[in-house]
Design a protein around this ligand. Sequence first.
Ligand SMILES: [Zn+2]
Length: 272
Amino acid sequence: MRWEELTSDEFAKAVIDCKRTCVFPIGVLERHGPHLPLGTDIINAHYIATEAAKREPAIVFPYWFLGKIFTARCFAGTIAIEPKLLLEITLEILDEIGRNGFRKIIIYNGHGGNRDILSYVLRSQLYKKKSYSLYMLFYDDGLTEEERKKLAELWDAPWGEHAHESETSLTMAHRPDLVKMDALKGKVAQPTGRLDHLKPGQTSWDFYANFPDHYAGDARKASPVKGKVFLEMMINSLARFIRTVKEDTAVEQIAEEFFGREQELRGNSNDR
Ligand SMILES: [Zn+2]
């Protein structure tokens, strides 16, 4: 169920029917080479979440495109807000979801660059007791070994990171109207290696320096047929995770234990 399509009364009932579970797909607005739309990550993540929630009922949060994407600020169409505000707004929106009666929020991330900030958000749950538990699944992390093997045989390009064969195929599978293969003009994007002399050290510019067209890999072999295979696996893997999360009682118990001990500590320190 899509949050924004429900009436307020339907929503209140759906929260209960979904066992108070919300899926929160996150993407960004960023350049995806010359051929894919700015919203590729959220368009794909939201679609996967919506389809997965049909297989295992959950309420899916509307398009959320505020993520960590400073590295694309020099390209038209990017939205990348101030770093501290981004963290605050991410924490705030999760609290707002929780305030609507959800006890379990599943962050489903469609953008690789969000990994670090979302891991930080996930761990910051230990700072203060909340009314909800956070769970997270990154893009294709939920695929089984068997699915991974099948995928490895499917792809023709040996490597890719961004706007590449798999991401292009995935978009073609459900939004072919948004993929402009003509604009690609047969281009392949290998890393330029401009900062390789500093490896294994890191700089702020590593991704941009390697991929100045914000395209990393080879999208030429992308196809809707490959995309459909990948898409089906992604939808199933998220549906499996939603089911596991709904059945889970361990996270809440551990949080109770943790905050109980923390409370005890406060009590003990007050005694002194
Ligand atoms: Zn992407």
